[in-house]
Structures are given as C-alpha cells and as structure tokens.
Design a binder for this molecule. Structure first.
Ligand code: F6P
Length: 342
C-alpha cells in the first residue's frame, strides 16, 4: 500500500512521534510505502510532497513541531478542492491518507470521507484537548506542564511585589488547559470560555487572597468572556475556517482589576510557548500509540475512523463522532477547581 501522511492546524508537541510510529510500523510490519504531504491539506491540494521513509523519521521522537509542516488550509474553502485532492492522490498511487489534526483538519477529513469517498484515517491532535470521542489528545499534557511551570514561577514574583498576576493560556472554546494548569499550579481564580465571568466577583477573590497576605494568580483562557462579552472583540483577522484570532482578554482584565481594586496588576500571555518544544513523556507515548493504531486501521482498510484514547486503551471510533461536537469542561470539574479560589 502507498499511504499519504499530513499534519494540519496549529502544531503541537508529539506530531513527529505520530509520524515516526506510523512509518516505522507501516514499513516494518506491513512493507507499506509513505508519502509526506506538506503543510496540512495544502499538500494534497497542490500535490506538494516529500519522501517519508524510515531514514526521514530517525531522531524525530523528541522534536516539537512537525517535519511535514502545517497550515490551516481548508480544502472546502474554494471550488473543486476535494476533486483535486482525489485526482492528485490517484496520480501518484496513494491508496489512503492518515490525517493528524484537530477539529478543523479532522472535520475536513470526515467530510472528504463521507461526501467524496476518500480513504482517510484520523489521529486526534490539539493542545486544547477539545476533541470528543477521545479522553485526551496528545500535546495537551505538554501545554499544561508549560503553563503550570509559568504559574509556579509567577507565584513567587507576585508575592514579592504584592501584585495581581494574570496568566493568559490557550483555549478558544474550551478551558481544559486553564483548569488543569490552574489546579496543578494553585491558581486563585480560573476563567474559562464555558462560563462567562463577573469581573466584580473576580475582584472579590483577588481581595480575599490579599487579605490572607498572599498575592493572587488569575489564570484566564484566551476564549473566556466577561458577562456581556469583550467590548472590543470583532475586528480581529480570521483564518480559513472562520476562526477569529484571539488574545487580549488577559490585558483587558489587567486594566479592569487594577482600576477596580487599586492593586498593581500585570498580565503574561503564554501564547505559542505552550505549543512549541519537546513533548512530555505522556504525550510521546500517547502520540506513538495513536500512530501505531492509525497505521493498523489504514492497513485493514478501516477508513473513516480515528484512533482514540478510552481509559488506558486505544480504540477506533468514527471520525464523525470526534468532530460533531466539541468536548468542553464539565461544570463538576470546574467546581472542583473552584474550591481553591480566593
Ligand atoms: O491549536 C489550537 C490553538 O492553540 C488555539 O488554542 C488557539 O486559539 C489557536 O490554536 C491559535 O492558532 P494560531 O497559531 O494559528 O493563531
């Protein structure tokens, strides 16, 4: 068999571990050949390929990013994208694709399979951990550890200067990074997209923390919104899938908290630091297992499926199951974090 591999959407630690596992098992166990498509769906759309064999995947397990490159190209954005992809795959004898991506990349994979009959197996990737049908996506654990370390460091400087320190973390629609990193780092307030927040209530928690002679750390997910919404949202650029470029709630909160409490307040935006660099052991193992199961699925012709973590097992689920609905933070989990607020 000849199998194409692509990585799409925001990059994330562990992508190279998946590629390595797919190729090592595909070549070693089944004698398959691989084609590396560059930059997500742009690769098969424009027939931009690179060799992908065992020599190309040597030494990449601990490396962040993706050797294949990534983009947010949407194959459904213009005219005839799916047909071009099908023709390009056929021209070079590619039997099917392994698409490693998040909501958008796998959403496109799912449509290409169900509406255009393309052979695709998915692997769930995103630091945001917001894909349904899998308990965890790889990349998330690394992002949480980066954010937790930042919170640990901010605690000591916040206490020294009696300041409010805000950490803005990624998380467009789901606050998984914020809640996990906030719980692990002992944050005093955690704000997530699933629940609009009241700035006055945040200021009360800030005051309560100062009353105990410690300085507060506020963790805010980039997609979190105050009651009534962010005043200046709406004029930011959008990507090919229509997502607005986020970022700004941390600095908005900085001004609001300082104005309302009179306490010096500073915001740190972690941004892409959370996505870059070497994956944790957890992410390397999860990514490797996803890769092994994805190539097995492709070998067996189980197209239209995705490798997913269920408990401690990797299972194959329908791609549609993973992309129909986002997985958000449940109220009960947020309530556990709330115990430590203030
Ligand atoms: O990959 C998901 C994500 O990390 C979101 O949390 C964030 O909003 C987005 O990517 C940022 O993407 P970009 O780097 O393309 O601006």
């Amino acid at each position: 068999m000849r199998i194409g591999v692509l990585t799409g959407g925001g990059d994330c630690p562990g992508l190279n571990a998946v590629i390595r596992a797919v190729v090592r098992k595909g070549v070693g166990a089944y004698g398959h050949e691989f084609v590396g498509y560059r930059d997500g769906w742009r690769g098969p759309l424009e027939d931009d390929r690179r060799p992908l064999g065992v020599p190309e995947v040597r030494g990449i397990l601990p490396r962040g990013g993706t050797i294949l490159g990534s983009s947010r190209t949407n194959p459904f954005a213009g005219e005839g994208g799916p047909e071009r992809i099908a023709a390009n795959l056929e021209a070079v004898g590619v039997d099917g694709l392994i698409a490693i991506g998040g909501e958008d990349t796998l959403g496109a994979a799912s449509r290409l399979h169900t509406e255009h009959g393309l052979n695709v197996v998915g692997v769930p990737k995103t630091i945001d951990n917001d894909l349904s049908a899998t308990d965890y996506t790889f990349g998330f654990d690394t992002a949480v550890n980066v954010a937790m370390e930042a919170i640990d460091r901010l605690h000591t400087t916040a206490d020294s200067h009696h300041r409010v320190l805000i950490v803005e973390v990624m998380g467009r629609d789901a606050g998984w990074i914020a809640v996990h990193a906030g719980l692990a780092g002992g944050a005093n307030v955690i704000l997530i997209p699933e629940r609009q927040f009241d700035v006055e209530a945040v200021c009360d928690l800030v005051a309560r923390r100062f009353a105990g002679h410690f300085a507060p750390i506020v963790v805010v997910a980039e997609g979190a919104q105050p009651l009534g919404g962010m005043p200046d949202a709406g004029d930011a650029p959008t990507d090919a899938f229509g997502h607005v470029r986020l970022g700004g709630v941390g600095h908005w909160l900085e001004r609001e908290i300082e104005r309302r409490t009179g306490k010096e307040t500073r915001a740190t935006v972690l941004g892409h630091v959370q996505r870059g660099g070497t994956p944790t052991a957890f992410d390397r193992v999860l990514a490797t297992r996803f890769g092994l199961h994805a190539i097995e699925a492709a070998h067996e012709g189980r197209w239209g499926t995705m490798a997913a973590l269920r408990g401690t097992d990797i299972k194959l689920v329908e791609l549609t199951e993973a992309t129909d609905e986002l997985k958000t933070v449940p109220e009960s989990f947020y309530a556990e974090a709330e115990v430590f607020f203030g």
